[in-house]
Design a protein around this ligand. Structure first.
Ligand code: SF4
Ligand code: SF4
Length: 225
């Protein structure tokens, strides 16, 4: 018997525009702390995730036994990853609570699974069923027509990135769904401008031209990658 993802009752995710503003600011600064109404969910602590910890997170590093950390592939010396046990659980999750909550890694502070519900980008249900279940339950509200329209544009930007990956040079778009979702949020205002201009500006009359404009903005730092 299969369990439908939407068997769980809806969980309020907040007004979409309010969530979007906070998330955009967090992505720009790179130091945000997502205020996710997780409740009793510990999905991301039990989903076989490698947690990246930066060298400057000294207090966090002091709290985690050295034997649980290993060098992060492809990153400069000092960047480390914390793995998970044979059930996919973070070793810092003890009695269903984060045992280092006040000093938890920035990666954990940043993680907000509402980004999947916001963009429509799918979680890997096989690998991360607990997160997928919560994502299916999130229900945004819309305090204005603009809020609802913004949700539509964020989803359109995400769909564009997914459908046109071949228009971007290899390596220029993230492979991990959560990172691609964050990118869609980062570029959605630009995407909205570009698609609005398309009828008036013949130079933007193709997906390739829109993809190039997004790439240019990322390279110029006009949108956080
Ligand atoms: S999966 Fe989502 S709701 Fe659950 S703990 Fe992680 S961020 Fe919170
Ligand atoms: S460090 Fe804490 S918040 Fe982060 S994954 Fe582990 S238990 Fe969860």
């Amino acid at each position: 018997m299969s369990i439908k993802e939407n068997d769980d009752p809806p969980v309020p995710a907040g007004d979409f525009s309010a969530w979007l503003l906070v998330t955009e600011a967090s992505l720009r600064s790179g130091t945000g702390s997502a205020d996710v109404p997780c409740g009793a969910c510990r999905g991301c602590c039990r989903s076989s995730m490698f947690i990246h910890i930066r060298p400057e997170e000294t207090q966090t590093l002091r709290r985690i036994p050295r034997k649980l950390l290993f060098p992060a592939p492809g990153l400069p010396k000092g960047h480390v990853l914390m793995g998970y046990d044979d059930q996919g659980r973070c070793p810092m999750l003890i009695d269903e609570r984060c045992s280092i909550y006040e000093d938890r890694p920035q990666t954990c502070r940043d993680y907000d699974c509402r980004v999947f519900a916001a963009t429509g980008i799918a979680v890997d249900r096989e690998a991360q069923p607990k997160i997928a279940r919560r994502v299916a339950a999130w229900a945004f509200t819309y305090e204005s027509g603009e809020s609802r329209a913004e949700h539509g544009t964020v989803q359109a930007a995400a769909a564009f990135l997914q459908a046109n990956r071949d228009l971007f040079p290899p390596g220029s778009l993230p492979n991990y769904p959560v990172q691609l979702a964050a990118l869609a949020v980062s570029i959605f205002r630009l995407f909205s401008d570009l698609t609005a201009k398309t009828p008036k500006d013949p130079s933007l009359d193709s997906d390739a031209a829109i993809a190039q404009a997004i790439l240019n903005a990322l390279r110029d730092g006009e949108a956080p990658a």
